[in-house]
Design a protein around this ligand. Sequence first.
Ligand SMILES: [Zn+2]
Length: 189
Amino acid sequence: MNKEVVAPGDIVGVAEEYLPGENVEVDADGKLRAQVMGIVVRNDREHVISVKPIRSSNSLLRVNDIVYGKVVAIPNDRVVIVKIIGVENNGNKIVLKDDVTGIIPPSQLLNGKPGNASELLGIGDIVRARVISKDPPYTLTLRDAQLGVVYARCPRCGHTLRWKGNELLQCPNCGAMVRRKVSLVEYWA
Ligand SMILES: [Zn+2]
C-alpha cells in the first residue's frame, strides 16, 4: 500500500466525503487540510480522515546513522557546516521536522589527504554523510566511497551538475568542470 505523505496545508479530502479527524481541519471552502506533516489515514467506514504525524527524528540521530544535509558554510575553508535535513531509516528517507546542525571536520573529508574544504565541497551541495558523534551538533564523516556529494549545482550557471567520473562533476549547460568529494552511489549513474 502506498503511503500518502502530506505537508501542513495540503488538501486531504473534502468535507462532503469525510469528517476531519486528528490533525485535519476544515477550511472556509469545505476542504480538509492537513495540519502537520504526516501520513494520510482514511477510515472509510466512519468517513473520518486524519493525518498521522511523521515523528520528528531529531532525537533519533545515532552514531552511524546515514544523513542527508545541505552545505551552508565553510568557515576558514576548513570546517564544513551542514544543515541536516533527512535521515535514512531501513532504506526510507525520513525528513527531519527541525533542522539539525552537522559539522564535518577537515579530518573527516577525505582519507588523510590535505586540501582545502572548498576543493571538495561547495555551498549548497547536498551530501550523504555518516554521524560519528552522539550529541548535536553532530560530527559527520564523508570518509567512505558511499558518502559525499549526491547533488550539486553549477557554480557558474546554476544547472544541475552531472557525474563525469572519479571526483569530477560537469555542467551539461556551460561545460564547467568541478571537483567534489562525490558519493559513488546510484545518484550519479
Ligand atoms: Zn554551468
